[in-house]
Design a protein around this ligand. Structure first.
Ligand SMILES: Nc1ncnc2c1ncn2[C@@H]1O[C@H](COP(=O)(O)OP(=O)(O)OP(=O)(O)O)[C@@H](O)[C@H]1O
Ligand SMILES: [Mg+2]
Length: 298
């Protein structure tokens, strides 16, 4: 059974996309797993980290991005074909990793996103606006993968809820500061509420938190150290406690300038070591987070 995991945070720039792509690359290249990355963010950051702009342009011109998937439901058309839209063997490593596939996003989604909540008001045959992705991504397709990682935009709007609707787990990347961690209880509450509603129509639905991954960590920063300690102690509180948070992954990703460079698809590299091994700490941390991810997403 393929496991579906959404990476979410209400705050932007906390490493959701970087973590999605790194996890996908470590799970495939290092652990031999098969992974599909779904880019649900109109900013298309995961898309441009995994395919070059020419490949994206062709997919976009051929209506093979998640933009068309939503547009079909708004316009009552039937252009989008999920199997044809999944791009196989993506990544900047080695010209592509055979077991790493991508369902790309499109910046055109920016124009359509405000209308998505109205999907079944405009077309009574259309599904609920939060089940558009689930209508395309069949269980059969999910089971062709070990993991499906969904990179979400920095909100819990209707596009993100399409990911939540399908997910077995959600993972929260955070920067260890007050603003980035403040919203964690809100995320938990909101997902619990949405989850109760989904359970009314789908009784087997049971999304669970996979944990918190700390990114862009600065050991020298007292704020970062204190926030990390605080998160770890709050993760030990009973779940019913208002200030409890999901379990924090043991390792964290430190802030480095090279991570930003390693995201460039046009920089040719052959191995994970070349892409992430500029710092042994970063490489080891991603490896440890990947191992913990596999253990938790059972
Ligand atoms: N460990 C790190 N050290 C330094 N820079 C990093 C690190 N991780 C991510 N970054 C950089 O921080 C920026 C934000 O990261 P990323 O795009 O992964 O965040 P995000 O949460 O997906 O943002 P958004 O909410 O806009 O989608 C990017 O420029 C990325 O290259
Ligand atoms: Mg992002």
């Amino acid at each position: 059974m393929g496991k579906v995991i959404s990476l979410i945070n209400l705050k932007g720039g906390v490493g959701k996309t970087t973590t999605t792509v790194a996890l996908a690359e470590f799970l495939t290249f290092e652990k031999g797993k098969k992974v599909l990355v779904i880019d649900l963010d109109p900013q298309t950051n995961a898309t441009v980290m995994l395919i070059n702009q020419k490949v994206w342009k062709k997919a976009n011109d051929n209506k093979r991005t998640i933009h068309q998937m939503f547009l079909d439901k708004l316009n009552n058309t039937d252009y989008f074909d999920i199997r044809k839209s999944i791009i196989k063997g993506v990544s900047s490593i080695n010209g592509g990793i055979p077991n790493l596939d991508l369902l790309p996003s499109s910046i055109d989604l920016l124009d359509a996103q405000d209308r998505i909540p109205m999907i079944n008001q405009m077309n009574s045959f259309a599904p609920s606006p939060i089940t558009v992705l689930a209508n395309c991504l069949t269980q059969e397709l999910i089971d062709e993968y070990d993991y499906i990682l969904i990179d979400c935009p920095p909100n819990l709007g209707v596009i993100t809820l399409n990911g939540i609707y399908l997910s077995d787990y959600y993972l929260i990347p955070v920067v260890a500061d007050i603003l980035s961690t403040y919203g964690i209880p809100q995320i938990k509450d909101r997902i619990n509420k949405v989850s109760d509603n989904i359970k009314l129509i789908n009784r087997t639905y049971n999304i669970k938190p996979l944990g918190i991954v700390i990114t862009k960590y600065r050991m020298q920063s007292r704020m970062h150290r204190e926030t990390r300690d605080d998160l770890i102690s709050r993760s030990k509180l009973p779940e019913t406690d208002k200030s409890s948070v999901p379990k924090v992954f043991k390792d964290y990703i430190k802030e480095t300038t090279r991570i930003s460079e390693s995201t460039d698809i046009d920089v040719k590299i052959n191995t994970l070591k070349q892409k992430y091994g500029y710092s042994q700490q970063v490489y080891d941390a991603y490896e440890s987070i990947t191992n913990e991810f596999i253990l938790r997403a059972k």
